[in-house]
Design a protein around this ligand. Structure first.
Ligand SMILES: [Zn+2]
Length: 430
């Protein structure tokens, strides 16, 4: 049934670009990992495990055959994309969802706060509010409901360096509010292309991930959120380059040459200069997260800083240095994408990459695969810090299985030791 639900979601996305907000965010809709999430068209969900060639991947079906460990401390988060009033996600629905997450022993929600170049919350100093929720304060509402139910809130900056999404850039001349106002920050690729085209998802614009002004922009947003809202954490996303062919903007040309003595031109794949460029890009993203961390911690030292990151196999293509972020302890938790049906391979690679910093590993898992509930137990053996589930809109019919299985007993969030007493902090009224 889940398989058909997934298929129908795909059709919905293909047919109705406006469904993007509900279905696409954070999954790096524009990236290759999307394909790895798709259930095989030749297998029914129940057949998948039997057909696997890896003994370690075998998962008993149904998952109630598994033994569940019940860690006392474990992050159990769930991403919440923007509720859209015109799609019928009412505050009433949201309230019921949050109560249900608490009942199923999740201990954190990660609501979207920055998407498509807009803030989801009202009155940002830096961005207009997302038109779909104009006049509402979904973040304030979610915080109030989450805290009332004993859940932490980690504000999810979904779009990161991505600044805009449009179904078809040839018909929409905008690059989004931020880049329209700061076109010099636009990231372009080696061929001079100005946006990232994905046939399934549409077109994305990115700001230059190397430019310190882009770092400052994200730091400003994060600081604005922690100053105005009593959140326990900031959850970063898309802190990366759009691909191996990015970025060849004027800033990157000037500074790559200054730093390496080498002219920035398209380099041959696998060449020593391509590796030099990747390493240079990785260093810029270390600076990015350091800036964000310093700014956030200066205001709220106890706010946890985490990030969703691409799977191990995509890490270098996107120059996303999550190994360095871990080594320098710039993040308090690193949610590595393991959205596939079978998570062991990604999990093992992530553990190897993080090495002595593997204590920071959080498993980012999808409820869109039939192995979801069993994957939680599997994730525990690699990523003891916990899991974040993608995503709120699809998890409702798994809650019963969670509450009877891996989440049968409550667990404390590992970030609870950081948190100020938020239950007594009221949401600022507007
Ligand atoms: Zn650039």
């Amino acid at each position: 049934m889940r398989f058909f639900r997934y298929l129908s979601m795909c059709f919905l996305i293909a047919a109705v670009p406006s469904a993007f907000l509900v279905a696409a965010p954070q999954n790096d809709a524009d990236s290759e990992e999307q394909t790895s999430r798709k259930p095989s068209a030749t297998l029914e969900p129940g057949q998948a495990e039997a057909a696997t060639t890896s003994g370690q991947e075998a998962v008993p079906t149904p998952p109630t055959h598994l033994k569940w460990s019940h860690p006392e401390v474990e992050f159990r988060g769930i991403w919440i994309p923007i509720p859209k009033k015109d799609r019928g996600v009412s505050t009433q629905t949201l309230r019921k969802q949050i109560e249900a997450f608490a009942k199923a022993n999740f201990n954190a929600v990660l609501p979207v706060t920055y998407v498509r170049g807009y803030a989801s919350y009202p009155d940002s100093k830096y961005l207009p509010q997302l038109p779909e929720v104009r006049g509402l304060d979904p973040l304030g509402f979610i915080i109030e409901e989450a805290h009332r139910n004993g859940l932490e809130v980690h504000a999810w900056l979904e779009f990161g360096f991505y600044a805009y999404h449009t179904p078809d850039a040839t018909k929409d001349k905008s690059m989004g509010p931020w880049l329209d106002a700061h076109p010099e920050l636009l990231s372009v690729n080696a061929d001079g292309e100005r946006y990232i085209h994905n046939p399934a998802w549409g077109d994305f614009y990115s700001m230059c991930p190397a430019n310190p002004r882009s770092h400052e922009f994200l730091a400003n947003l994060a600081v604005e959120i922690v100053e105005r809202y009593p959140v326990e954490g900031i959850n970063l996303d898309r802190i990366r380059f759009a691909g191996a062919k990015f970025c060849y903007c004027d800033y990157c040309k000037e500074h790559f040459k200054k730093d390496t003595g080498k002219e920035l031109v398209p380099f041959a794949k696998g060449s020593v200069y391509e590796k030099l460029f990747t390493e240079w890009k990785r260093r810029q993203l270390v600076r990015a997260v350091r800036t964000i961390r310093e700014r956030v911690k200066a205001v709220k030292p106890n706010v946890a800083l985490t990030s969703y990151v691409v799977p191990p196999d995509e890490k270098d293509d996107k120059a996303q240095p999550w190994d360095l972020w871990a080594r320098e302890r710039l993040l308090d938790g690193i949610a590595v994408s393991m959205y596939g049906r079978h998570i062991s391979e990604s999990a093992r690679k992530a553990v190897t990459i993080l090495d002595r910093d593997k204590d920071l590993l959080i498993a980012a898992i999808s409820c869109d695969v039939p192995t979801y509930v069993a994957n939680i137990e599997k994730a525990r053996s690699y990523a003891p810090m916990g899991q974040i589930t993608w995503y709120s809109g699809e998890v409702m019919d798994d809650l019963e299985a969670l509450a009877q299985g891996p989440y049968a007993k409550p667990a404390r969030s590992p970030f609870a030791r950081n948190a100020e007493t938020t239950s007594s902090v009221s949401v600022p009224s507007r």
